[in-house]
Design a protein around this ligand. Structure first.
Ligand SMILES: NC(=O)c1ccc[n+]([C@@H]2O[C@H](COP(=O)([O-])OP(=O)(O)OC[C@H]3O[C@@H](n4cnc5c(N)ncnc54)[C@H](OP(=O)(O)O)[C@@H]3O)[C@@H](O)[C@H]2O)c1
Length: 188
């Protein structure tokens, strides 16, 4: 398959969990806010089997170096699925499935990822996601809104420069009060 063919079928999905007030991390980096204490009776529940089947469909994760370092501290949630960490530093590879990339992000997607992977998930953090959005490299945004106001922290879209239109594709409300919003990029 040529690189052009593979570019046509690859999808880059930006996935992030955000508070109601738009933060993706607290100043102290603790993550207890992502555990819901609320209950929404009409919401859907999802089994561990469903989650495992869904995650199996993801071919590759891409993340910034801060997210990588935090994921190592928390306990690696990405299994053996290939992970590309964007960094300008020489970081120790903590796992065989991790690869490091330094350089142009369009080249990363078009030359390194698209020929190998179809379902590419960009999983943070704010800085890397903003760079991907600025460059028009994101096809889909999946935002999971947690039922909590944090008041302060790291804003997902804090420094996004220009207006961009997105199309709402799906909304799923879960029993734990989280809501997942899926948007696709406008073709304009
Ligand atoms: N709520 C959620 O769903 C969620 C998801 C993911 C992460 N997070 C949280 O977000 C925080 C981290 O986010 P962050 O915005 O501080 O950092 P980040 O985006 O994870 O990482 C930033 C680093 O990535 C590298 N980088 C980013 N853009 C680059 C580019 N265009 N070219 C080259 N390198 C680039 C640089 O690494 P070097 O400095 O090494 O060169 C930069 O310092 C953590 O607290 C994490 O837990 C939350």
């Amino acid at each position: 398959m040529s690189s052009t063919d593979s570019n046509a079928i690859r999808t880059v999905t930006l996935h992030m969990v955000s508070s109601l007030d738009g933060f993706i991390a607290k100043p102290d980096n603790t993550v207890a806010w992502m555990e819901s204490a609320s209950h929404y009776e009409a919401g859907v529940s999802i089994s561990q089997e469903d989650i495992a089947a869904f995650l199996k469909e993801i071919d590759c994760y891409v993340m910034g170096s801060h997210t990588y370092e935090h994921a190592l501290q928390l306990g690696w949630p990405y299994g053996d699925t290939p992970v590309v960490v964007v960094t300008s530093r020489e970081l120790p590879p903590a796992r065989k499935s991790v690869d490091f990339y330094s350089g142009d992000l369009k080249t990363l997607v078009d030359m390194k990822l698209a020929p190998r992977y179809r379902n590419i998930w960009l999983v943070g953090g704010a800085m890397l996601c903003q760079h991907f959005l600025e460059l028009g490299l994101v096809n889909e945004i999946r935002l999971t809104i947690a039922p909590v106001l944090l008041g302060e922290g790291l804003q997902l879209f804090g420094a996004s420069p220009a207006e961009q239109r997105w199309n709402l594709k799906n909304v799923v409300a879960y029993k734990n009060g989280f809501v997942e919003l899926t948007y696709s990029a406008s073709k304009a």
